[in-house]
Design a binder for this molecule. Structure first.
Ligand SMILES: Cc1ncc(C[n+]2csc(CCOP(=O)(O)OP(=O)(O)O)c2C)c(N)n1
Length: 610
């Protein structure tokens, strides 16, 4: 049996166990080879091979809806739903997405990649089926990591309450990026580390089948044993208290066992959890062994990156300030917190994939006298906007938000671009927003952020390498820094926010070749804007602002708003990311396509000057 002969899930139905094993092996090879070239979420997909095969044999996709939480674990699903040939282009600009994509296939329902949403989608879809009299079966696959997010609990509560028929597959590999944390996952671990539970259950059942004469007696004792064992483990009680039936745990690498469980679950008239135990990185030694590097597309923390500057800064500050603590939402590795956690294990809190909780817990910590640093990817802050606005902002609490992967992020596509943080944060009264343009600027800003005690501060930086500069090229506090002074030419003033300063400087070089000598500022502080910078900008004929977030409602809009009254005759061009859901692609290609590189900025200037 060969993978390339499987064009639809139907082609899987008649395969025997040996053929399925061959297909599984071929899928693993295909994923390891491809992800080695393209990057991506290796471990999660290798762990889901048998589970995905079983799902596509038991359910009839796309008639039945198989919904994936987050969607980073759908490579196997893609390979089985007619996309083997396109898989070479995984995560390449203009080619296959690293997540489900409705444009790619009718088998893909949710274009997702912020976690913990799948049970809400399932509740909605099952409601629609029940309301319209449809008989589509709804299956929701969720990882133990994503189960830690609040929306997952809300979903369970609503599914249980509605009694709707939904099969929930809990794909439990014990890991999020890092090992999954939380009370529920602790009890899942106890099940996982108790193999006798599964074995004893199966042995007794085999015995009952082979020795019919013990009949009723043994059956009763099996039930009693099962009940006693089940009571020892909280997940059963947990799910069932919410009105969701629990089945498991099952070996997530035994296709026949999973298929049986799924068939039983599909018969059940109500919501049911099928708990399968899988191994992240299964079948590929480096991914099985290295907990972080080979698991997700974290990219690691590169020497000289903004993330590395953050790591260094928080370590340094924490040495002399015992009140400094850090909070991560399940990503201690890629946010650069691991060295801090190693040095100060009691001051680093992983709250699970729970950004909303992270932010409000930070508010509580700040109320109690701690100086919490919330380290998130910029895109995931959107989840916690309300908490940042009211729980932190309204209370004027000194929480420091450290936002990595701000701006256009590239390969992960629409849900991962950090294009909203400046727009959202600038609407929170009293929020200070800093954007470093170099490694040293980030270090300075972190120190300055801790000096602000009467309200929250956000520092936002990109994943791209950080320029290294001398300390004489670093600003202080909330001041902007003039990078290039065009003293006798007051034609053009360029303001490049954060990493976009480099593009503004490049544009100034290009313009100089045309005899236009531009003033260049590094604004440093996005909110509040520096008066000296604004006064200087106001003296120019044309001001061009450059940012790598949405062009409406962010840094440039703030400048435009101010200058419209400060200097009504000054023309302001706001350059930023167009407001749209932008697909995956290389960061520099995407920025260039928006005119956000040196040549693009220079071209705008020339056009505006006529
Ligand atoms: C709201 C949100 N925060 C953080 C992430 C980043 N993230 C992507 S996958 C992942 C781990 C998911 O773990 P799990 O659900 O157990 O799936 P597994 O990869 O282990 O199969 C995280 C934290 C995200 N996608 N969404």
């Amino acid at each position: 049996m060969r993978l390339d002969s499987i064009r639809t899930p139907d082609d899987l139905r008649d395969l025997g166990p040996d053929e399925l094993r061959c297909v599984a092996a071929e899928i693993r090879e295909r994923i390891v080879e491809t992800v080695g070239r393209t990057g991506g979420h290796l471990g999660s997909n290798l762990g889901a091979v048998e589970l995905t095969l079983a799902l596509h044999r038991v359910f009839d996709s796309p008639r039945d809806a198989i919904l994936w939480d987050t969607g980073h674990q759908t490579y196997v699903h893609k390979l089985l739903t007619g996309r083997n040939a396109e898989f070479d282009g995984l995560r390449q600009g203009g080619q296959m997405s690293g997540y489900p994509s409705r444009a790619e296939s009718g088998h893909d329902w949710i274009e997702n990649s912020h976690a913990s949403t799948v049970l809400a989608y399932a509740h909605g879809l099952a409601t629609a089926e029940a309301t319209t009299g449809g008989n589509r079966r709804v299956v929701a696959v969720i990882g133990d990591g994503s189960m830690t997010g609040g929306m997952a609990f809300e979903g369970l509560n609503n599914l249980g309450h509605s009694g709707l028929k939904v099969t929930i597959v809990l794909n439990d590999n014990g890991r999020s990026y890092a090992p999954t944390v939380g009370r529920l996952s602790e009890s899942l671990i106890r099940i996982r580390s108790n193999p006798t539970y599964m074995r004893r259950q199966r042995r007794l059942e085999d015995l009952a089948e082979n020795l019919p004469w013990v009949g009723e007696l043994l059956e009763r004792s099996i039930s009693a044993t099962k009940a006693a064992l089940r009571d020892m483990f909280e997940p059963t009680a947990f799910f069932e208290a919410l009105g969701v039936h629990y089945l498991g745990p099952f070996d997530g690498h035994d296709i026949a066992e999973i298929e049986d469980a799924l068939r039983n679950a599909a018969e059940f008239d109500g919501p049911v959890v099928v708990h399968v135990l899988t191994q992240k990185g299964r079948g590929h030694a480096p991914a099985e062994q290295d907990p972080i590097k080979h698991m997700h597309d974290t990219g690691g923390v590169k020497v000289g990156s903004y993330t590395a500057a953050f790591t260094e800064s928080i370590l340094k500050a924490a040495e002399s300030r015992p009140e400094v603590v850090a909070i991560t939402a399940a990503m201690p590795d890629s946010t650069g917190l691991l060295p801090f956690r190693d040095r100060f294990p009691d001051r680093c809190f992983d709250v699970g994939i729970a950004e909303q909780h992270a932010v409000t817990a930070a508010a509580g910590m700040a109320m109690g006298g701690l100086r919490p640093v919330v380290a998130l990817y910029a895109t995931f802050l959107s989840r916690a906007f309300d908490q940042a606005n009211l729980d932190v902002g309204l209370h004027g609490l000194p929480v420091v938000f450290c936002l990595d992967r701000a701006g256009i992020t590239g390969d992960d596509g629409p849900s991962h671009h950090g294009v909203l943080d400046m727009v959202l944060l600038s609407k929170i009264p009293g929020m200070t927003i800093l954007a470093p343009s170099s490694y040293q600027e980030l270090q300075q800003m972190f120190e300055d952020a801790l000096a602000i005690t009467d309200g929250p501060v956000a520092i936002r930086w990109a994943k791209t390498p950080a320029p290294h500069v001398g300390w004489d090229e670093v600003g202080r506090g909330l001041s902007a820094r003039q990078v290039r002074v065009a003293s006798d030419d007051r034609t053009v003033c360029l303001l490049g926010a954060g990493k976009m300063l480099a593009a503004a400087v490049e544009a100034a070089d290009l313009l100089a070749a045309d005899g236009i000598h531009a003033t260049v500022w590094d604004p440093r502080c996005i909110r509040p804007l520096d008066e000296t910078m604004l006064d200087d900008a106001a003296a120019h004929r044309l001001v061009v602002t450059v940012e790598d977030g949405f062009r409406e409602g962010g840094f440039g809009t703030g400048v435009l708003d101010d200058l419209s009254s400060r200097s009504p005759r000054t023309e302001v061009a706001v350059l930023g990311v167009p407001v749209a859901h932008h697909a995956h692609g290389k960061v520099d290609d995407l920025l260039a396509s928006f005119g956000l590189d040196g040549p693009g900025i220079a071209a705008t200037v020339l056009k505006r000057l006529g």
